[in-house]
Design a protein around this ligand. Structure first.
Ligand SMILES: [Fe+2]
Ligand SMILES: [Fe+2]
Length: 138
């Protein structure tokens, strides 16, 4: 997932370098996206890192830290969903100008990042919350 973040980040950096309206719209995406990605890398992904051990009933020295991060994540959860709404709003705007200027790569980026957010909402975030429940039981 962190790799996926880096990939998306690199594609957005390319779009930002484009002149005019596309670059401007891409910059708006970056403003809301960067702090969000950092938060995910900091408090969600490390918890996912122990999901397998947890689900398999094993233990790991990383469990206490994961529990601590889960608690931080849980406190931020609603806000992070709200950030997705915000991100999608900027992506819709970027998609519109990319369409106008026929920037296929940018349109592809918009599609990918939207899917990324949906996967997080349906899978990644719930996995963090479930991991927390299991961590509290161990
Ligand atoms: Fe993400
Ligand atoms: Fe996200």
């Amino acid at each position: 997932m962190e790799e996926e973040h880096e990939e998306l980040h690199a594609e957005l950096a390319k779009a930002i370098k484009m002149r005019g309206k596309v670059g401007e719209a891409a910059k708006k995406v970056a403003e809301v996206l960067h702090p969000h990605f950092q938060k995910e890398n900091g408090i969600a992904l490390p918890v996912i890192g122990v999901a397998r051990e947890l689900a398999e009933g094993k233990t790991s020295p990383d469990f206490p830290k994961a529990l601590e991060l889960h608690d931080k994540f849980k406190a931020e959860y609603e806000k992070m969903l709200q950030e997705h709404v915000e991100i999608v709003r900027t992506l819709d705007a970027l998609g519109k100008v990319a369409e106008t200027y026929k920037k296929k790569d940018v349109l592809e980026f918009v599609r990918k990042l939207k899917n990324h957010a949906i996967t997080e909402e349906d899978l990644t975030y719930p996995a963090v919350l479930m991991a927390g429940k299991l961590l509290k039981q161990t």
